[in-house]
Design a protein around this ligand. Structure first.
Ligand code: FES
Length: 229
């Protein structure tokens, strides 16, 4: 694993949660007993990252430590271990490109080339502050490979062309709806559905009154007992 350190210069001297985040902090703290509040360290770091333009600064890490009455080093260990916490500034749209095998086999390397070409090296923030990217491990959407996560949303079934188009639009400040970029609904087969195509199979019209391995009364002593009682 790469060495991960806070960007101290970019992080400034202080950090404060947004007022709207306070109820979310209270929600997470309420999940744990009085003497186990530090169990909320990961969600609180996550909230701090959101309130800090998508990355976690060293003062933000310290704010979380003070809130949870934890030694700084304990929170530091968590923040530097989990790559979901970004320790340097990112663009307004931070793109996580999945590079794990299913996505790689379906074209993730092309997406990485496009990101390098349009944005620059990993974690470089584009000049207008709109874009940055990094490579991540499997994001659990392999059935829609190749895919990327942009901020909180998944963009799936990408091609080199559709990914380049997304980058161009985001770079211009345009919104791009997440989801699949192929002719399919979510993770359904491409084209027309190939399962549950006969409505009577699932709308209740065709009742199932026997199953091949359903226990018969003879073979089920429990049923006999019930009958005798
Ligand atoms: S391999 Fe890319 S989402 Fe699983």
């Amino acid at each position: 694993m790469a060495l991960r350190r806070f960007d101290l210069d970019a992080g400034g001297e202080s950090f404060a949660f947004c007022a709207e985040t306070e109820p979310k902090i209270a929600f997470w703290l309420a999940k744990y007993p009085e003497d186990r509040q530090r169990s909320a360290v990961i969600p609180l770091l996550w909230l701090a990252q959101k309130d800090n333009q998508g990355w976690l600064s060293e003062p933000a890490m310290r704010t979380v430590a003070e809130l949870l009455d934890m030694p700084y080093i304990r929170v530091y260990e968590v923040a530097t271990f989990y790559t979901m916490f970004r320790l340097q500034p990112v663009g307004r749209h931070h793109i996580q490109i999945c590079g794990t095998t299913p996505c790689m086999l379906r074209g993730a390397n092309d997406l990485k080339d496009i990101a390098t070409d349009k944005i620059g090296a990993k974690m470089h923030v584009s000049d207008n502050g709109q874009l940055s990217w990094e490579e991540v491990e499997c994001l659990g959407a392999c059935v829609n490979a190749p895919m990327v996560q942009i901020n909180d949303y998944y963009y799936e079934d990408l091609s080199a062309a559709s990914f380049a188009d997304i980058l161009a639009k985001l770079d211009q400040g345009e919104a791009v709806a997440p989801g699949s970029f192929a002719e399919r609904i979510n993770s359904a087969p491409f084209g027309v559905p190939t399962t549950l195509s006969e409505e009577a199979l699932y709308n209740g019209a065709r009742l199932i009154d026997s199953l091949p391995n359903l226990l018969t009364e003879e073979a089920n002593p429990a049923a006999d007992k019930k009958k005798d009682a």
